[in-house]
Design a protein around this ligand. Sequence first.
Ligand code: HXC
Length: 457
Amino acid sequence: MLVKPRGPGVDSPTEAVVTGWGKVDGRPAYVYSFDFTLLGGSLSEAVGEKISKVMNLAMSTGAPVIGIQDSGGARIQDGSEALRGYGDIFCLNVLASGVIPQLTVIMGPSAGGGAYSPALTDFIFATEGSGQMYITGPDVIRAVTGEEVTHEELGGAHALASRSGVAHFAIQGEEETLAEVRRLLSFLPSNNAEDPPLMPSGDDPDRAEDDLLTLVPAEPNRPYDVREVIDRIVDDGDFMEVHELFAANMVVGFARMAGQSVGIVANQPMVLAGSIDINASRKAARFVRFCDAFNIPVVTLVDTPGYLPGITQEYGGILTHGAKLLFAYSEATVPKITVVLRKAVGGAYLAMGSKSMRTDMNFGWPTTEIPVMGPEGAVNVVYREELANAADPAARRAELIEEYRQKLANPYIAAGRGFLDDVIDPRHTRRKIIRALEMLRNKADHNPPKKHGNIPL
Ligand code: HXC
């Protein structure tokens, strides 16, 4: 689209953004990419119109839109007209949310309005070294708050991906960043009316994994890397982790099982013992909602001692943020399959795709424990008096903990009550999940009619 700048003092045959469409793996996708060489890629009214045009086309034809950011924000010379350009884009971002995938690539500066539009999209990729995004840069911060910070510390790729979680991916190199954008698109449908493309790889759906017998330590508190489990159950060990650097106590990402795209959500016992804190809940809830919007089944692997206790968490609003996860799982209508690998305690058990959250198939490994609270804490509460009067409190406590574990914390009690559909051999986890996915392929589920729910934001 060739639109000339209208503002004062700019003589150029076209505006500061390049727009168009192409194909990724044979499927159409729309792109807009800022041109920093024209007034720093700043956004004028005409730039806004060009972007709105491709976004409208993307929505009406049901194809993803990718925005490549390299912009100084609203064109200062254009005043309120530039602001309107942003306003129109923000509104389209919202209308397109859940209809077509919207991806952003931060390859240069993204300041002011140039940062809000990305924040409204589904996934943000930031290129290390060149991509920087913030609402106001270091100069304004110094003037207003007196704080000293560099551009990179404030909004560089690493800061965006690890500190705030605003970016989902921080990647070294521009080519590599764009390759990852294409990789992500391969897991997604073009729009919310389609299923993701089926891409069988030849990896045997019945493949058994002996390693799974030993990967997860039997002792409930011993850490391990849950990504090792994921690698062994998905096709070819190909797992595209999302938000790797943010809230690492929860692992989320895309993979395929017998060629079908799935979203994986897993507690990570290696970080904060796999407990769920504010950021982990926000991260997983947003991911589950994305999967649900785009017809991607959710596979959940559970091994968590519970929600993280603490004053910081309470004051930070763990009740509001933790509830997001309950909300996301409960409202999701895509196929939902949960495997409890070891422990699933209290509220965290409920939130991580429990039966009550309308999950379709719940499996447990023989190491499964589903107590209301951890045995240590439970014994302290229930047997407080007995322990205070015991001749050898430590020995009695150990006895009671073991008793509690035997009585309440084994998979057959949960299975007997219908909380688990099956207790499975860990080696056959891949096969069990794939069979369940096949069984659920035509699942049709609906929520009660409403304008929209009121997720605890
Ligand atoms: C007009 C701009 C511009 C802008 C940069 N330029 N930003 N022109 N409007 N917003 C021009 C510069 O004048 C310069 O022109 C050229 O682009 C390159 O800019 P440099 O500063 O030389 O480049 P660099 O040193 O790489 O710094 C890049 C930058 C910096 C970090 C992006 O330009 C910057 O801080 N710009 C302003 C960022 C900002 O505060 N934007 C917020 C706008 S308000 P010449 O002719 O010298 O080459 C906003 C509100 C929206 O966006 C609110 C919505 C909610």
